[in-house]
Design a protein around this ligand. Structure first.
Ligand code: AHM
Ligand code: MG
Length: 337
């Protein structure tokens, strides 16, 4: 690997091979990287920067917002609204999409993002992240919420930034996955993980086992078989991890394989919910990254990326990671219907 290739240099080389004018997309990725560097700094300074604790407000989904959820949302707006590269923004922390103010030029991209994923980890210095998805706006008019409702297959770029012992930006432009580590001395992301691949086989699963009493039969069957180990039907011993941050879990899976599940459960059905994680700014971008790295992203019934969204904050069941294990869980769903 060529040493010290920055994100900017990587994008210059990579985008020269893509059709059409990629200048705005390249610029938008540079803006996102800048926002992530600012957030990385705030997350790292934590209490010293006065960013910990509750905001005392709820988002549209009835979840308590942390100060950092709101700060992260604002950083992304500030970094992108006046660049002329985005047509509109939508995020977990805003009820409806954010229109680009009149005084600024609108661009052609729609940016959808989860500003601070893994919010419950903020105050305990655990791993958190930012997830983003970029699609194109089909015309030059100001977009409505409906314009954001595009299937995962329409994404032109997806990625996340992990704020952990190191901060890492991981992106796909539809031809593989590349990971960059933040070099604080250079204030730049440097290519450290070219061509990330999810191994087909794994013996590591990630699920919040505290909800096992609510799981549906296919998930109960699968996890029971995993914990049965070598003597069980799968015939191998498994390990379990749960980061409490999808970015942390998916990053581990992109590095060494695994299966991540936040399935539909009976409690959600009773509450009229279709899952916990959100399609447009969690499941779709992570699904694109996982598929681009050779893995699989499913709900148990359909491929995540094929879902036609009907709501900005739509929730979906999520089962993604190493193909052999995702296929097994999907087969258990199919045989139970
Ligand atoms: P958030 O975006 O509000 O932080 O919620 C999403 C997070 C995921 O990162 C993580 O996988 C999951 O919620 C954890 O949920 P739980 O606390 O139920 O285990
Ligand atoms: Mg999230």
């Amino acid at each position: 690997m060529q040493q010290g290739v920055t994100l900017d240099q990587f994008l210059e080389t990579h985008m020269a091979q893509l059709p059409g004018d990629q200048a705005d997309l390249r610029g938008l990725l540079a803006d996102i990287a800048k926002a992530c560097i600012e957030l990385s700094d705030l997350v790292r300074r934590g209490e010293l920067a006065g960013v910990l604790g509750a905001a005392g407000k709820e988002n549209v989904q009835g979840e308590d917002q942390k100060k950092l959820d709101i700060i992260a949302n604002d950083v992304f707006i500030e970094m992108t609204e006046s660049t002329g590269r985005v047509a509109g923004l939508a995020s977990e922390e805003m009820d409806n999409h954010y229109p680009i103010p009149e005084q600024h030029q609108r661009g052609k991209y729609l940016l959808t993002f989860d500003p601070l994923d893994g919010s419950s980890n903020i105050d305990v210095n655990g791993a958190t992240g930012t997830i983003f998805s970029i699609t194109e706006h089909s015309d030059t008019n100001a977009p409505s919420d409906n314009d954001f409702l595009q299937s995962g297959r329409k994404q032109v770029c997806a990625g996340y930034c992990l704020y952990s012992s190191a901060s890492m930006l991981v992106i796909t432009l539809g031809s593989g996955v590349a990971g960059f580590t933040l070099d604080n001395a250079k204030n730049a992301f440097v290519l450290t993980h070219p061509n990330m691949q999810v191994p087909t086989a794994t013996n590591e699963f990630a699920i919040n086992a505290a909800y096992s009493e609510h799981w549906q039969a296919p998930v109960k069957r699968y996890i029971n078989e995993c914990v049965a180990g070598k003597a069980g039907p799968i015939g191998k011993s498994f390990n379990m991890r749960w980061a409490g941050s999808m970015v942390g879990d998916i990053h581990r899976i992109l590095c060494r394989g695994g299966i991540f599940m936040y399935p539909l459960d009976e409690r959600m059905i009773k509450d009229g919910k279709q899952g916990k994680l959100r399609l447009l700014y969690e499941a779709n971008p992570m699904g694109m990254l996982i598929e681009q790295a050779g893995g699989m992203a499913h709900t148990g019934l359909v491929s995540i990326m094929d879902i036609e969204p009907d709501n900005l904050h739509q929730r979906v069941p999520v089962i993604m990671g190493s193909t052999e294990e995702v296929e097994r869980v999907v087969a258990y769903h199919q045989s139970s219907t």
